[in-house]
Structures are given as C-alpha cells and as structure tokens.
Write a protein that binds this ligand. Structure first.
Ligand code: LMR
Length: 395
C-alpha cells in the first residue's frame, strides 16, 4: 500500500546524523554539541534542584491523574503569563491575555500558527529571521501559513545584519506576521541590542506588523529573567520551560495572545480550544505541576533563578575558555570574538558543513551542519579536545 512513500530526510537536529551517530560512536572522546540541552560540568543531563523539590511537593500532594482542561492547568498558565509579561503588565491586569498550556515551545508555535492562519484577518504570511530554528519553517508551513524570511545574520561580521533586517521588515507587506526570537537567538546566538530592539519595535508599529515572539530561552540570555521579557505591542508568544527549567521531556510550555479586551480574550480562548481539542485533546499534567510548583512558591522561585543563572554562567565561562584557547593558545586562523559576543545556549561558529563532517569523522565531535554548537555540551574536561580539533579542522 505504501510502496510509493519516499524516504524523508532526517531531522537536522534530532535526526540520525547527530543524535544517533553520537550514540553509536564508541570513542570515549566523543562530544555531542548538537541538540540544545544543558549538560553539567561532567557532560551529564542536569535536573535542577528546584525541580527536584517541586516534584517532591507535587508527589506529596498525592494528585490524581484526571484530564486537564483543553487549555491546561489554569494556575500554571496564569503563572507562566505572569513570568513572561510581568505581574503588573497592562494586558495581565486588564484580563486580556488568552493563554493555553502547550506541548512545550514547539506546541505553542503550532497552536499560534494555526490560530493566526485561521483568524488573523490581514495576512497569511509569516516572516522568519534568516537563519532561524530549523523547525520554524515546517511548524508554520504545516499550520497553514506562507513562510518568508527577513535578513538577520551577517556572515562577514558573524553578527546581526541590522540594516538588512530593518529594510526587509519595512518592505514586508503591511500587517504581515513577523517571528522574533525574544532572546538567545537560535541558531546564531546573536541578539539585537536594547537600542536595536527599540528600532525594531518602531518598524513593527509603522508597518503594522503582527509580532509573534518565540521565547524558548527566557532567563538564559543574560542570566536575568525580567531583562529578557518584552512588552508593548499586541503580540503572540510561545513560551517553553524545556531549557530554563530543564524540563525537556516533560514538554511544558504555553501559547499566549494579548487580546484587545477581556471579551476578545474569551473569544480567542474558545478558538484555541477548537484548535487544540482535535490535535491532542488536552496537555500532559505532570510537567505543568512541577513548573507551577516553582512559579507559585517564592522560595523555590528564588532557588530556580539562581540555578538558571548558574547554567547561563557556566556557558559564558565555556565561551571565554574556548575563545582564549583558539585565539591565544592555538592561534587558530580566523577571528573568534563572536564566540564570546554571542548569547544563550548556542554559538554559530562559522565552521562549514565540510568542517562539521571532518570533526565527526576524525574527532568524534557532533554538531549541526550549519556550524552551530550547543555551548552547554562543552566542559572543562572536553574543551581541549574540542579546541584542538577545531584548530586542526580549519588549518
Ligand atoms: C535545538 O534547537 O537544539 C532545540 O531547540 C531542540 C530542538 O527541538 O530542536
């Protein structure tokens, strides 16, 4: 029956080129810098202490296993919105934010994409930065939107192509949807400055664009949570608790939309339910309970803030070490300042697909073909092997 089904390509991040090849590699020196998942100083997955405590609190409360409502655990979604928008923000105070719990950030993007494809009256076009997270294009295309791109990354400066970005957002048809990475841009690690954000905000207003923020790394960019949140426009927002709470496999996230008023919010709520119910009925409960136990408890929240900062700081220290190693110790050809300047979990190294192939073959180091590395996969034990292998690959 399915004889004509063609074999599809593997996923560039989760597919067998990286994750499976890494698993199959028996060399003790092997390093996986592919998927953006935090690793501790020993290269091991890390369960936050605040998460362990929250999980205990949840277990002690002996919760049942009943279905959640279609839009999820209401206390969690309320607290997630508070975290993103700020407790005193106007849309929260006026009761105009429609929120639905989602299957992590990806699920939030998908709910949002589907909602905008059905109900955003002005456009079916979404502009993504070039490059963007590899899954953005299929998520929005499968949601029913037309995907276009705006300039973002400048290969020559290994930084932001701000002039290109501004020109493209100005030239986009009025009222198009624009996807913005709220912080810690994936894959480049290049974020606009505060001043540049203001200019982007002005263009979004002038051209009446509809901003859709993907906030997968709140708290990671600078180590501070309130610094990363963004307010001011009527927006859509995808939140993930995979990275900042280390709840990857629990799939905890939220989609939210700032409606004009509580009445519009109620109508948006009803349509989000109509989108979610035929997809997966209602979201899983366990991870949302854990996240909420942290967000709702001042002591756990404070502990969590410290832990997010310590993850961010360890990544920053790896950036500094790698930069010093390549620039000063090994005198590797090229300019490596971007490794220190970039923000969040990833570095866009500038390594080519040929380099990444060589590194996998010769040095047992795995990363995406675009030269992105998850800095969190580096630690004081493997960074020398990584630095020396990069040096050998580019010389
Ligand atoms: C990544 O970019 O590595 C992460 O967001 C994980 C994923 O699902 O791709």
């Amino acid at each position: 029956v399915f004889a004509a089904v063609p074999a599809g390509p593997p996923d560039p991040i989760l597919g067998n080129c990286i994750t499976e090849a890494f698993k199959a590699d028996k060399d003790p020196l092997k390093i996986n810098l592919g998927v953006g998942a935090y690793r501790d100083e020993n290269g091991k997955p890390y369960v936050l202490s605040s998460v362990k405590k929250a999980e205990e609190t949840v277990a002690n409360s002996k919760p049942d296993k009943e279905y959640l409502p279609i839009t999820g655990f209401a206390e969690f979604t309320k607290n997630a919105a508070k975290l993103a928008y700020g407790a005193d923000s106007a849309p929260l105070v006026s009761g105009s934010i429609s929120v639905a719990q989602s299957i992590s950030g990806t699920g939030a993007l998908r709910i949002g994409g589907a909602f905008l494809a059905r109900h955003y009256p002005h456009s079916k076009v979404i502009y993504l930065p070039n490059p963007s997270w590899g899954n953005h294009t299929p998520v929005f295309r499968d949601s029913g939107l037309e995907v276009r791109s705006y300039r973002y990354f400048d290969k020559d400066t290994v930084g932001l192509d701000f002039e290109g970005l501004k020109a493209d957002l100005r030239a986009a048809p009025k009222k198009s949807i624009v996807l913005l990475h709220a912080c810690a841009h994936n894959p480049t690690g290049v974020d606009p400055t505060h001043e540049q954000w203001k200019e982007i905000s002005d263009i979004v207003k002038e051209n009446e664009l509809f901003p859709f923020f993907d906030m997968a790394y709140q708290g990671f960019a600078t180590g501070s949570i309130s610094n990363d949140a963004y307010a001011g426009h009527q927006i859509a927002l995808a939140q993930s608790f995979a990275k900042n709470m280390g709840l990857y496999g629990e799939r905890v996230g939220a989609f939210s939309l700032t409606a004009a008023d509580p009445d519009e919010k109620a109508r948006v709520d009803s349509q989000l339910k109509i989108i979610i119910r035929p997809m997966y009925s209602n979201p899983p409960v366990h991870g949302a309970r854990i996240a909420n136990a942290i967000l709702a408890n001042e002591t756990l929240y404070r502990e969590w803030e410290v832990e997010v900062k310590s993850m961010a700081d360890r990544i920053i220290s790896m950036r500094e070490k790698l930069y010093d190693m390549l620039t000063h110790d090994l005198k590797t050809p090229g300019e490596w300042g971007h490794i220190k300047r970039q923000i969040g979990m990833f570095s866009f190294t500038g390594l080519t697909a040929a380099h990444t192939h060589l590194l996998a073959e010769k040095a047992h180091i795995y990363m995406t073909r675009d030269g992105r590395i998850s800095m969190a996969g580096l630690n004081s034990k493997n960074i020398e092997h990584f630095g020396a292998s990069v040096d050998a690959a580019v010389k």
